[in-house]
Design a protein around this ligand. Structure first.
Ligand code: WTA
Length: 660
């Protein structure tokens, strides 16, 4: 039975705990259904009311949704606001000034706390600093920083002055960073001297130098450096400045720049089907609204909660559920630097115990690796820790397999915490399909039902609805406030990727397959339908990795496919043809290593193929198309039972069967 068949037959149901339901922000399925019905009845009215109730507008909007230029939808377009004002100043005004905003725990365990007032002051000082450098509304600023209070300050300061930030994950290479700086046309990069992960110091500023050295970054005027480790770094006169010098003597207040609701808050690059990463552009008003609502609905946030999202600010989860969502609702949150396995695999449990986390949000990959670790070493098993502060768990980034779900439920949640298996994407801005912890009965491996106002559906290739039980394409039929606005600098690609003509040009194509349960209508995500891989919850395009491989002078051709992996969900398997004879034995191992390091240099270590196989050729059709579906079967180590009659060179399959 395939994994999907198993999931379709998963029939364990877990009701939300009665205590939870009683106090929940959305309590019971009737309340959920009533909200969905309200959205169906008056879609614009539904969103308009929420936007008025949740956001503090400098200038109230009068228009809710503008569909005239679909799929370039506009929300609340004549309203004005400032996202940083909504996250910070509002909390000073409503009695949260002295409340802890962030509990930061560094890789070595040192803890730093900041209150809302302190965070506000830091953001204002840095915003004033950026202004003094000439950074202004509409400019793009790249943030290449470690997990830190300063990273959040940098993003919030950009929001405050109306500059659009583009955060690049600290694991990306100089080349990836350079491409993003150029594509965004950034005027400044904010970085750190180094980052610290698992006790190791790793360079950041040196990579920025290398990226700029690759050329094409003439629009870049400033590099601002947060001093994390005190490592010896080179400063370029007239370009590089320390963050502490930039903020020195600056005022702790800064009048926010009021921007239109559609003003781009950020661009975040993500992988698509083709080689070049896409700059997903998000709005200010609609995005903020959804960050707040999902904090309230999915995470049932309360003033007493200690919220912990373990993501990195380099990914969308870190944007919505660290930098913006928790602050906009005035929550106390934990932010951590490092890895879940250092100083040992009990780090998460130890931190939950120490800081009394009440809501914990992490990725299935982390859970799976911690299951393994706790089987090997009983001391890092969650039951060794006091996790009684927890009341709600969440999962994000990839499908969670029922076994991992059960382990999480039993061992971390003590069968007393609902699990929100949140399906969403960089493009969606926030959660789309997820159980509501005080309402939805949970089924392991299913993200259950769409949030109120999200018109998700499963359709066939022509956009027609499919009956429950039949697998198809996941779409969203109506625009929603937090949706992607465009691909930075490439509106045509935006239309083609997300609103294809075949589906009528107006419904959002998620890029995932899905199936709904026959009885409950619950959604199960069946995986990407395009050439995007999900390795440890990180999105990567097969074409991106292929382009990196063929950029190596010894490589003639390469094809990359995903292979199921117990821990990382999927792993990368590359089939490579060299310009020289096919290597075998030790030589093959050696070249495979060189190529893996090459990919790390080209993209970043997260894109390294786990496995590389060499062939004299790749399986191709007579017209020269690589038959990837056969490569997927080979990567899995399964027998090919499919039709190979269109294959020009069947003998090649035998050769590629062999892993090195
Ligand atoms: C996958 C991360 C199943 C999916 C927030 C999606 C999931 C891609 C889930 C987006 C989930 C994310 N269940 N699959 N709960 N959450 N995915 O842009 O394939 O990094 O399209 O956003 O991750 O990844 P991204």
């Amino acid at each position: 039975m395939s994994d999907i068949e198993t999931l379709k037959q998963e029939n364990r149901v877990f009701e939300p705990p009665a205590e939870f339901v009683k106090n929940a922000n959305i309590s019971g399925m009737e309340a959920y259904k009533a909200m969905c019905a309200a959205a169906e009845r008056d879609y614009e009215g539904f969103w308009a009311q929420l936007a008025r109730d949740n956001i503090q507008w400098q200038k109230p909007f009068t228009k809710t949704l503008n569909e005239a230029d679909a799929p370039f939808y506009k929300w609340f377009e004549d309203g004005q606001l400032n996202v940083s004002y909504n996250c910070l100043d509002r909390n000073l005004a409503n009695g949260n000034a002295g409340k802890t905003a962030i509990i930061f725990e560094a890789d070595g365990g040192q803890v730093t706390r900041v209150t809302y007032k302190e965070l506000h002051d830091k953001v204002c000082q840095f915003a004033n600093g950026l202004k003094s450098l000439g950074v202004k509304k509409g400019d793009r600023v790249v943030v290449y920083m470690p997990m830190s209070i300063e990273g959040i300050v940098a993003m919030q300061a950009c929001a405050r002055i109306g500059a659009t930030h583009s955060v690049v994950f600290g694991g990306f290479s100089a080349k990836s960073l350079q491409e993003r700086i150029i594509d965004a046309g950034a005027v400044a990069v904010i970085t750190a001297d180094e980052q610290v992960r698992g006790g190791k110091q790793l360079p950041l500023k040196a990579i920025v130098d290398e990226a700029i050295g690759l050329g094409g970054c003439e629009h870049l005027k400033h590099v601002v450096i947060y001093q994390r480790t005190g490592a010896n770094i080179k400063l370029v006169e007239g370009r590089d400045l320390w963050m502490h010098d930039v903020v020195a003597g600056k005022a702790t207040t800064c009048e926010p720049e009021w921007v239109d609701a559609e003003h781009p808050l950020f661009i975040l690059y993500t992988s698509g089907s083709t080689g070049k990463p896409k700059g997903v552009q998000h709005s200010s008003g609609g995005y903020l609204l959804w960050a707040m609502l999902t904090m309230k609905w999915t995470f049932d946030i309360k003033p007493t909660d200690v919220f912990w999202c373990t993501a990195d600010i380099g990914w969308v989860t870190g944007h919505t559920y660290i930098t913006y969502g928790p602050l906009a609702v005035g929550a106390t949150q934990i932010v951590f630097e490092g890895v879940p396995t250092y100083p040992n695999a009990g780090r998460f449990w130890d931190m939950i115990q120490k800081h009394k986390a009440t809501i914990f949000y992490t990725a299935p990959t982390a859970i799976r690796s911690l299951i393994k670790a706790s089987e090997a070493d009983a001391d890092v098993h969650p039951k060794k820790y006091d996790l009684s502060s927890l009341r709600l768990l969440g999962s994000v980034g990839e499908p969670i397999n029922p076994e991992a779900w059960m382990w999480y439920y039993k061992n971390v949640g003590r069968e007393n915490c609902p699990i929100a298996d949140t399906f969403w994407q960089t493009e969606t801005g926030g959660h789309m399909i997820t159980p509501l912890p005080g309402a939805t009965p949970m089924v392991p491996g299913s993200c259950t039902l769409p949030l109120p106002g999200i018109m998700a559906a499963v359709v066939d290739e022509t956009g027609h609805d499919l009956p429950n039980g039949q697998g198809g394409i996941l779409v969203v039929k109506r625009p929603w406030p937090a949706m992607i606005r465009t691909i930075w600098g490439d509106p045509e690609r935006f239309k083609k990727s997300y609103f294809p003509e075949e589906l009528g040009g107006k419904i959002y194509l998620a890029g995932d397959g899905a199936v709904r349960n026959e009885q409950t209508g619950y959604f199960t995500i069946t995986g990407r339908i395009d050439d995007v891989l999900n390795v440890s919850g990180h999105r990567m395009g097969t074409m991106e990795i292929e382009s990196a491989l063929v950029a190596n002078p010894i490589v003639a051709e390469a094809a990359v496919v995903g292979k199921p992996d117990e821990t990382t969900g999927e792993s990368i398997c590359a089939f490579v043809v060299l310009k020289r004879a096919r290597p075998t034995g030790e030589e093959a191992k050696q070249i495979a290593k060189e190529l893996r390091d090459w990919v790390a240099k080209e993209i970043g270590p997260i894109a390294k193929p786990k496995e590389i196989r060499f062939g004299d050729n790749l399986p191709k059709t007579r017209s020269g198309k690589i038959m990837r579906r056969l490569l997927r079967v080979l990567a899995k180590g399964e027998q090919i039972t499919q039709d190979v009659s269109t294959l020009e060179n069947p003998a090649i399959l035998e050769q590629l069967k062999q892993a090195q």
